[in-house]
Design a protein. Sequence first.
Lengths: 295, 334
Amino acid sequence: MGGIEGFIFLALQAIVSGILVGGVYGILSVGLSLAFGVMRIVNFAHGELVMYGMYAGVVASKTFGIDPLLILPVSFLIMALIGIAQYQIVFRHFVGHATLQQLLAAIGCALVLQMIAQIVFGADARTATSIFSGQYTLLGPLFLSQAQIVAFIIAVAATVAVTVLLRSTAWGKAVRAVADDLEAAEIVGINSRTINIMAFGLSAGLAGLAGTVLVTYFPTSPSSGFALMPIIIIATTIGGLGSIGGTFLGGIACGVIQQLTAILWNSALQDVPLYILLMLFIAYRPTGFFGKRSE
Amino acid sequence: MNTSAPSMTASQDNGGQTRALLFALLPVAAVAILPLLPFVNDYIIAATVRALIFISLGQAWNVVAGIGGLLSLGHGVFLGLGCYTTGILFNHYGIPPWIGVWAGAGMAAIFALVMGSMTLRMRGVFFALATVAMSLAMVQLTRHFVDLTGGSDGLALKFNGNSWWAMQARTPMPFLYGGLVLVIVFYAITRWILGSKLGLEMQAVRDDETAAAAAGVSVFRTKLTGLMLSAVMTAVAGTLYMQFYMAIDPDAAFGLSQAIQLQLPALLGGLGTAWGPIVGGALMIFLSEVTNLGATKLEINGLDILVYGIMLLFVVLRAPKGIVGFFMDRRRGR
């Protein structure tokens, strides 16, 4: 293959695998965006919920010999319950204001959750295997991981499901009403407390589901949550805090930029363009591509 | 209004002022005579030095977060700039830390200027997110430029034995006095800021940006000045950190758990008060030493971080004004 053809091939490979990885970044971030959109809560511990979702996959796979992909609903439910507990203990005090105190409380949650994971599961990296783990497919000239393809499909399905839930159901309408104008929503008889609890549960459940999907091709350790937070934050900011579809596309953008940098430049610096992009977005377009005015 | 400047209660009468001065001299004297006490060994002195360093770092963060109300989660960047600049200048060029400290402070000021110009027009969350991104980018960059920074392994200072010129010592004792001087100077700076026009403007911006702007305060310039001042203080304390620990690595400099250790002294003690970081820093190091002792016995790693997390949650949920704020409210009979 000639120089230019080789370059095009590498770029194509980077873009396709970037889209696959990015879809999972998208579903990792959708929950964070949802919690912000409805309650103005920036949950810095979102990554920790993802990490627990990853460990749920590890436990299913290694302890019970069950395919992690089969326990997705269980993982969703467990994390939703942990999320609701987190909301009841910490975040209900901060609904409506993304303040300094709220961010600090979230960081406190993150530290506690991370250290509990370290005490329970140990500090070493752990893996889980689904039937697709370690399997590869040749698509034309492209070399693709089956686990990543399946993860991408699940991510798209989950994002579509959440969007439909928020757009087309009565509950979704109530959630959007609370997000738009809390007082007006209460006047027309919506119980904002219940709505908030359930929305936060959904946000945390999505984190758990995303984690369990991710662990089929990416090992986990107690620090995985912190390690994933930058990507989650960047995807959410680029796409627009509070916009579900925008956040998902933000995740895909992150994946593609990251893979292009890694394959065409230097894999050790794969995240640096993302950080620069984040700074630019924060400076010039803090609501992202699809976000509403957020403060 | 929660402008809780300690000077307001202390300067009401002369007797109060004298009492306040005595009250302030007591801990200084206690630290100064520490090495003379019979039961004190190098372990206790080293722990005290750690406390003094984190009090200084906490005081620097207090300027931007406590007085200015800006949640910088990336102050590790300035700590790292202080550490790495001093260390690289010494290891590669033989320039002593006495000069390196100013180079580090200058780097931090420039960094704060650039970063602040880009992000300070944004409110709360976005500024915080930008500071996180900044420190994570720094982690990757320091890992990448191995020749200069030592990469992931970190940078260890060349050891010269006891040397004034190289600001190095075999025992922690000289750092005890160095740290004490730094804490006093930073305390004085914080008191000065609290009483100055700049400090009043910073507090006005913190409490209500719109009202401050309406009253003629240049919001952006005030925030930027506060951030740069705090960055310089952090980098100066970073040099002491480097000379005491003799080594730095990307995670220790820019990692999120380090950033939290920089914040806890002010949060525990009381944001926006000059005494807060001092009380909080002492408490933080004391608690972490105790938990580490317990953790070694129980063979659990990372217990100190768990304790930090619980402390953080407790302060934010139950005592948002910290220990100093709690007692000041009681003195005012609230």
